[in-house]
Design a protein. Structure first.
Length: 131
């Protein structure tokens, strides 16, 4: 299983501690400046409704989803390939494009990610928070 959800922080810690990539909704209000969105102070890790990729599965995640999830904004304000060790931010319009690419490529467990993204359509966007 590539993607995980946890019912509690205890459950997550027992499974793998903090060795996870986290896909997390950005709950900041519409119109928030990108600098604030990418500020480490604006991000609270380990959200209950996040999707998690265990560190041991990082290579499989990157090889399956790296090209699909390119173009995120990084902490240095540049867009680029997915960074599994840093902050990646995607606006909702990018999430729609990502879902379209996943539907064409059909990487492993893409239905899980697509469903999670659809659930987040009310938010500004989402993060991929690297290990």
């Amino acid at each position: 299983m590539l993607f995980h959800t946890f019912g509690s922080q205890r459950e997550r810690r027992e499974f793998g501690g903090s060795d996870f990539i986290e896909l997390q909704y950005c709950r900041l209000p519409l119109g928030t400046e990108v600098e604030k969105i990418l500020s480490a102070d604006a991000i609270e890790h380990w959200a209950e409704d996040s999707l998690y990729i265990y560190g041991d599965d990082m290579d499989a995640f990157y090889s399956s989803y790296g090209a699909i999830m390119e173009g995120g904004i990084h902490a240095d304000m540049r867009r680029g390939p997915m960074d599994c060790f840093g902050i990646n931010f995607y606006f909702w319009c990018q999430a729609v494009q990502i879902m379209e690419r996943m539907e064409k490529v059909r990487p492993p467990e893409y239905q899980t990610v697509s469903g999670w993204l659809r659930e987040g359509r009310r938010f500004l966007g989402f993060y991929i928070l690297g290990i």
